[in-house]
Design a protein around this ligand. Structure first.
Ligand SMILES: [Zn+2]
Length: 375
């Protein structure tokens, strides 16, 4: 059995993401009820994560052009009670078993998920359940999957304590989880329609690269867990260096610092986009910076660069720029011929000088977006 699965694991990687996913610049997530009002509020976003497995709800989102991804976790489950259409209490062969033979708690058991247990991706029965659940979600019409908590417990002594055998005997659960991701990716598109797979390890991990279409970088710069921008400029640049121009989804939670939320939203958006990441805010800036949801700048046409105290990157239809944290600067960009330059933050038009250059002063810690629109 192990040999067959190893072969499957090695063969399952899919190359190109769906076109709608590759072209997306922002997205969002919604974990509350998908009422008609909530769905209408998603209009203009290319895709939203967290849709319930309900064909009617999914059809409503599709009607307005919003694609939808379901939320799942294959890391943890409540010890008792139905979750993702299964009850862990009825499946003693799914638990992760620790070195002392006890069932391993989820890392969230002491905070948001009391009583939740870690589940084993190396358990054949759990793997079968995970793939069956993916098939069910696809049958409801989802356009893809968001797998949260992509940080499996590396150690499981299930075989030693007689709870289950392992698909990948003698290997830790990092390998088993990687193979599960590859199998899920293949299952998602088994009918020939390519669906998207995003995983959330907290920060991207090299082990999952290639086994999904995107990895999440959660709490990017702004987060509910800090009253300041907890990633400073050095850290932001380090993320860009490590993961720039790979399909990372940077999620910022706006509204928790002393800054105006609109400034934080532009700051996080700008750094994500200059780094070549998708950006999301889970609707935390919907009342203060909503136009970021529908900005479409097209492909980047330059690298990110630093000049006159401002980092910037040019895209087909605009320029994204941020001053440094400690000093302001000036953005100077060549206007696009036959187009009007607009500062998205203020909504003001920017007049080019005689040389066709548009100038915009940017204060320290602030970011701006200039778009080129038809006259
Ligand atoms: Zn196990």
């Amino acid at each position: 059995m192990t040999g067959i699965l190893t072969a499957l694991c090695a063969a399952a990687v899919l190359a190109q993401p769906p076109a709608w996913f590759a072209e997306a610049e922002v997205c969002s997530g919604w974990y509350r009820q998908w009422t008609d009002e909530a769905i209408a509020d998603m209009r203009g976003l290319p895709f939203v994560i967290g849709v319930p497995p309900d064909a009617l709800v999914i059809a409503k989102a599709h009607e307005q052009g919003t694609r939808v991804l379901a939320y799942v976790t294959f890391y943890q489950m409540p010890a008792v009670g139905e979750y993702q259409r299964a009850n862990l209490a009825e499946h003693r062969d799914w638990n992760v078993i620790g070195a002392d033979g006890s069932e391993t708690d989820s890392v969230f058991a002491s905070t948001e998920n009391p009583g939740w247990k870690a589940v084993c991706p190396n358990s054949p029965a759990f793997r079968d359940f995970a793939l069956e659940h993916v098939r069910y979600l696809v049958s409801q019409g989802v356009d893809g999957l968001f797998i949260d908590n992509a940080h499996p417990s590396a150690l499981c002594e299930g075989p030693k304590y007689g709870r289950h055998e392992h698909l990948y005997a003698g290997e830790d659960n990092i390998r088993a989880y990687r193979c599960l991701l590859e199998e899920i990716q293949a299952e998602l598109s088994a009918d020939g329609k390519r669906r998207a797979l995003i995983v959330n390890p907290g920060e991207p991990r090299p082990e999952w690269a290639g086994a999904c279409d995107s990895q999440m970088l959660e709490s990017y710069i702004c987060t509910w867990a800090s009253k300041t921008r907890w990633h400073d400029e050095g850290r932001i640049l380090a993320f860009q260096k490590s993961w720039g121009d790979t399909p990372v989804l940077a999620l910022s939670y706006i509204g928790h610092t002393a800054n105006p939320p609109r400034e934080d939203a532009f700051w996080c958006y700008a750094w994500a986009r200059m780094s070549g990441f998708l950006w999301a805010d889970w609707f935390t800036a919907k009342d203060t910076a909503r136009e970021l949801y529908t900005l479409r700048l097209g492909r980047p046409v330059s690298e990110m660069s630093l000049k006159d105290g401002v980092y910037s990157r040019r895209f087909e239809k605009g320029v994204v720029a941020a001053a440094g944290e400690s000093e302001g600067g000036t953005l100077k960009v060549a206007a696009a011929e036959g187009k009007r330059a607009v500062d998205v933050f203020s909504g003001r038009g920017l007049e080019p000088d005689a040389g066709g250059v548009v100038t915009l002063a940017i204060e320290k810690g602030r970011a701006r977006v200039v778009v080129f629109v038809d006259e």
